[in-house]
Design a protein around this ligand. Structure first.
Ligand code: NZQ
Ligand code: ZN
Length: 390
């Protein structure tokens, strides 16, 4: 096992009716900006519940809506001006990964005096220049189980066709309220996205090479088995509380730093996936469903031992030659994604051979030329992966 430091300060407040804890989490005299997306939280009543709780103390409450899926730099910069113009001192993200990520950007960019007016630079530097600064405190009321943003310090922001991940040491939410019932209103396709995003976060930290991270492996396998058990059930039965509660907790635990501590990580599927979203607008999780099976087919040799372990412990594949077991593990994964109604080929989303070159150009532009746990996914490998995904 590798050396590591594990730090995660986010308080999780989980379960039915837990919005009642909100008032206690935010200073009574705070100037709060509620950030949200395109209005789902207004339609499903979550916003009303949030405002009712905030009104229990004498706070000034402002709102900023319209944060789009794959949040845009320009939109977030409008929120930065709202924050600066009103001396906001607490941000409350109410929504999915895009709203939570966008709010992290707002939290950093609003206080970056040194970078004020130069936020674009900040974005392209991955916030490297702002790591020492305190940022605005933020909390979340999460409504889409997928990204893990509710309990991590990462975010992804888009400017034009640049979809850029960043991390900030202070960007962990102070608290996140996770009420599975708040996710009942999600369309089936977004629930399927959530299952797949959580699944792929887990395998990007697990299907690498053996590293004696036995706890990490078994925890990852527990998350994957749970997602296989409840994935289709929670897509088909949106009001099944327990199935949904398991999805919510799995997605949070899949990307809060726990299972990735002390073990190799990959992330090549995510980085290629980000370019597919940036250039073709495909939902984040769907890009992962396309790239993951192709990546594993292309890198069977490098991942052989872990693919065999994964096949056996997650899908019960115990017989056959090593190669057969690897192939079955990949086939089972594709079958699982299909069972959720998600296509795993570029052609399912109208992307063809002529589109490969621009994807590779974007990877090059973003310096994504030595990806994976070994740094061996260069542009040639990425090209082969995309061809296998056609
Ligand atoms: O905008 P609204 O109206 O709220 O509607 C949203 C949006 O249309 C809707 N939605 C959310 N909660 C709902 C709901 N509809 C009905 N009922 C509810 N309870 O769902 C749609 C998608 O929302 P979005 O937030 O975009 O989805 P998701 O949570 O999948 O987030 C995707 C973003 O997160 C990034 C992705 O790249 C993408 O930009 N990621 C962030 C990560 C992180 N912070 O660690 C890691 C991930 O790998 C990922 O890259
Ligand atoms: Zn993801």
């Amino acid at each position: 096992m590798n050396n590591f430091a594990f730090y995660n300060p986010t308080k999780i407040i989980f379960g039915k009716g837990q919005i009642k804890q909100l008032d206690k989490q935010i200073p009574k005299n705070a100037k709060v900006l509620i950030t949200y997306g395109g209005g789902s939280v207004i339609k499903n009543g979550v916003m009303d519940a949030v405002k009712k709780e905030l009104a229990k103390s004498d706070r000034a409450v402002f709102e900023f809506g319209g944060i789009e899926p794959n949040p845009k730099f320009e939109t977030l910069m409008k929120a930065v001006l709202t924050v600066r113009g009103n001396n906001i001192d607490f941000l409350l993200a109410v929504g999915g990964g895009s709203v939570m990520d966008g709010t992290k950007f707002i939290a950093v960019a609003s206080v970056s005096d040194e970078y004020f007016g130069k936020e674009e630079e900040l974005l392209y530097l991955g916030f490297a220049g702002a790591q020492t600064e305190k940022i605005l405190p933020l909390g979340t009321v999460a409504t889409l189980p997928a990204t893990g943003s509710e309990m991590n310090n990462g975010a992804v922001v888009t400017k034009g066709t640049d979809k850029l991940p960043f991390f900030h040491k202070e960007a962990y939410p102070q608290f996140s309220i996770l009420d599975p019932e708040y996710t009942f209103s999600l369309p089936a396709t977004q629930v399927a996205n959530g299952v797949i995003d959580s699944f792929v976060h887990t395998v990007e930290q697990y299907v690498t090479y053996p590293a004696e991270g036995r706890f990490q492996d078994r925890t990852a396998e527990g998350i994957l088995q749970t997602l296989v058990e409840i994935g289709k059930k929670t897509v088909d039965n949106p009001n099944d509380y327990d199935a949904r509660a398991n999805l919510v907790w799995c997605s949070t635990m899949a990307l809060n730093g726990l299972i990735g501590s002390g073990v190799p990580q990959d992330w090549s599927v995510h980085m290629i996936g980000h370019e597919l979203t940036a250039l073709h607008g495909i939902d984040h999780a769907k890009t992962l469903a396309i790239v993951l099976p192709a990546m594993w087919k292309e890198r069977k040799t490098q991942k052989k031992e872990k693919l065999i372990q994964y096949g056996e412990r997650v899908f019960g594949i115990k017989t056959g030659t090593d190669d057969e077991r690897v192939d079955s593990a990949i086939a089972k994964t594709e079958e699982f994604f299909h069972s959720l109604g998600v296509g795993t080929k570029l052609s399912d989303y109208g992307v063809g051979e002529k589109d490969i070159e621009p994807i590779l150009e974007n990877l090059k532009k973003h310096k994504m030329t030595a990806l994976s746990e070994h740094g061996d996914v260069d542009l040639n490998v990425s090209e082969q992966v995309l061809r296998k995904a056609l």
